[in-house]
Design a protein around this ligand. Sequence first.
Ligand code: UDP
Ligand code: MG
Length: 155
Amino acid sequence: MERTLVLLKPDAVQRGLVGPILARFEQKGLKLVGLKLRQFPKATLEQHYSVHKERPFFRSLVEFMGSGPVVALALEGKNAIAVVRKLMGKTNSAEAEPGTIRGDYGMSFSNNLVHGSDGPESAATELKLFFGGADELVSWTPAESTWIYAPEELG
Ligand code: UDP
Ligand code: MG
């Protein structure tokens, strides 16, 4: 099992899309293990996007992400990182495939609704950044868990 960080960006919150987007992750079978809504401080957002700090869009990205409330999710599942990235679709929403979150709800490159960790290292770092406090992540067993995976897949 793998855990990943998802952010529902300020455009998703402002547009009333928290419910529909969260539903996609739940319906897919990803388990919610962390959830919070907050307007995050600039320092957190700069750290989160520090890999992009030399890119021309860095300042406007941090500005956008700090412009309103963001919903942070921690999701768990088999290959959760890759599964989430696939559900999100391409970075540029205008090019993202229909059926993906960005493909169905967005038109923009920058205001593209969701963030998802892109690998195991970034997932670990980002989960610590957004859910670093004690007891912020919850380990639990959904009632339907034995129906989401075959026994051999749970190994
Ligand atoms: N972004 C942007 N312009 C660009 C590339 C990226 O505004 O030319 C923003 C966009 O919001 C994107 C974020 O920066 O989601 C991080 O970029 P990355 O390439 O990591 O895309 P992602 O992993 O979110 O698909
Ligand atoms: Mg990225």
